[in-house]
Write a protein of this length. Sequence first.
Length: 314
Amino acid sequence: MSVRVRTARLRALLLTLVTFFVVAATATGCAGGDERPRVVVTTNILGDITREIVGDEADVSVLMKPGADPHSFGLSAVQAAELENADLIVHNGLGLEENVLRHVAAARASGVATFAAAEAADPLTFHAGADGAKEPDPHFWTDPDRVRTAAGLIADQVVEHVEGVREKAVRDNARRYDGQLADLTTWMEKTFAAIPEDRRALVTNHHVFGYLADRFGFRVIGAVIPSGTTLASPSSSDLRSLTRAMERAGVRTVFADSSRPTRLAEVLRQEMGGDVDVVPLYTESLTGKGEGAATYLDMMRANTTAMADGLVGD
């Protein structure tokens, strides 16, 4: 093959490569211009609520997978980048997503709009540990009325910060979902009404149902882990104090996260020297589809039924 032929073929190959990269760059630029607005949500409970409000107006990306613990889940590098590129970040706040909040703070510092739902829902406090120090309670979603407040504020945030959404569509979605939340509250009130006053006592694996107790008239006797996070561990004195409180109140039913009821039952049986009924609930995470709590509404209805059955039969 002559030098002239080889040179011509090399030039043709280079021209093909240059053309390919120019076309690819142009296509990428066009795609970037057509990207849909994006809302990134940290927890799957808030993710479900936000999707109900946003509808088809924007993409909603949820960082926490079904069944994950919000206190311990962390982010991949790709997920951290999602936060930086979001139009709006919806997170729980009040220390719930302990390993994620620094990424949210970094995104906020770079100019991304953020909204902490729990901090805007009239938060409660609880007494934690032996010293009884007060801590903010991040588990506001156990009160559907506070979720109604947060949902309305999420709609406001979407309209204000997410360009390209149709305000009327977002408001219509929020209004429809608000009606569903109001129906949930009414149904919960009727279901809990069947529980006698002297049986309205709650013991949980950690402090998670304070808002529900405040809204629907329950007494919180105590928690196996006297903290608002699952990352803490109960001491022997904590367990002694709890079992004494349970004995004084005549309570032998404990409500625990569905992921760890067996271990908890064994610990309490050893402490109390007898049978303890541990009722599994969905506390801080939704499940996959068909697993009992795929949506916030499903979760609250399942928990309400289990609590009513557990306390009436205690």
